[in-house]
Design a protein around this ligand. Sequence first.
Ligand code: HEC
Ligand code: HEC
Length: 381
Amino acid sequence: MFKLDRKLIISASVAATVALFAVGCGGGNTNTSTATNTLNGKVTIDGGVVYPVVNDKTGPYYVNTNIPANINNGRVPTANELKAWNKDVMPDGTGLPEGSGSVEDGEELYEAQCVMCHGDFGSGGGGYPSLSKGNAVEMQKTLTNNRWKDPEADGPVRVFGSYWPQVSTLFWYIKDGMPHPFSKSLSTDETYALTAYILNINEFEIDGEEVDDEYVLDRAKLLKVKMPNVDGFEPNIDGPNGRDNVRAYYANPTNFGALKVKYEDRCLKDCQKDSVKVRYIQNGGIKDFLPPMDSTRNLPVEKEVKVDPVKEYKNSCAMCHSSYLSPGSAEWAGYLTKGMDKVYANAIHGTEGGMPAKGGTSLSDANFKTVVDYITTGKVK
Ligand code: HEC
Ligand code: HEC
């Protein structure tokens, strides 16, 4: 989902009540007379935000053309300075240096420089990301798991192997950013070795060959890696049509999750009417809408399933209640004189005489009471 606060501007009348949204909006002043939304005739769009263009330059929300002279804006970096930082490694191999490294060496490096944060075999832990959860192809299948539909279900597993669309990013990430905090300290061959090791623990195959403990990775082989989730993203941003794909995608509001819902149907309950109006920056294309008052996501309330009291008795109560205080037996008379409310309460909280709380079950009060009704009368209501 998108971060709404980055994409929205707010009508001036409500800016004070929802100041949070206004951060970075420059007062929503995107429609200055000099600003346009196109550059060389193309809409300037990134992540759904249409950027204003002033003097042929894009700015996210606000372009300040009146910079006071006493503010030091630094200087333009030299070509060499740029070269030192511009180390992008692209899926087509651009920026990927020649070199090689083995899984074996990678494992050694990993044990020395990575394991303390990323855990044994990339298992993660202590807030540091896992680098593997097992077989990448199998893990990729979990991405469609949906806990919204079934709160008990396992969620999607998003790690490098299951989730990332391009292997080049792995090499790039390690070479550029790891090991934290000594980034850029690894040689090219060391980076190949670590990449090989991470492919190994994610159980990759390259060209039909398993990346096993003996495997030696090099540039040509790395470029043959097929990531299982390469087609799992939309829109397709790769290749020369990438930008146009993005433009087309965001030009169609029904591609935005939030806007798939019809305007009239957006509000669930107790929504503010007309008090807060939020609109997308894009002129014309996307309609105003009212956000729901509560933006927190709660898990769906579980609908209680009624249990069968007889079955529940057999499973959870009979081991103690089959000979004494059995369903409907005469012994209950003495217990019931104190009134059902007290009986329920005793049974729910347990008694010193040996009745465990709720008989050791995790039934809801309502369900548990139906079992008490059954056990005390021998009848199902
Ligand atoms: C001191 C802790 C630390 C060490 C040591 C470390 N990392 Fe990391 N690593 C991190 C943190 C923190 C992140 C997440 C950074 C973020 O998400 O912004 C990360 C992210 C990564 C990722 C991206 C994972 C993902 O799914 O987003 C890779 C790959 C990685 N590290 C590889 C390595 C390798 C290889 C080494 C050893 C050479 C290493 N790291 C050493 C802390 C560490
Ligand atoms: C581990 C044995 C055990 C299990 C399991 C057990 N009970 Fe009991 N239960 C007892 C004993 C012993 C008493 C008598 C306690 C007393 O007199 O304080 C009792 C008492 C009760 C009472 C009377 C409480 C009162 O003081 O008024 C109810 C009602 C009851 N059980 C219902 C259930 C139900 C329903 C289940 C199954 C969901 C269940 N019990 C499972 C041992 C058990």
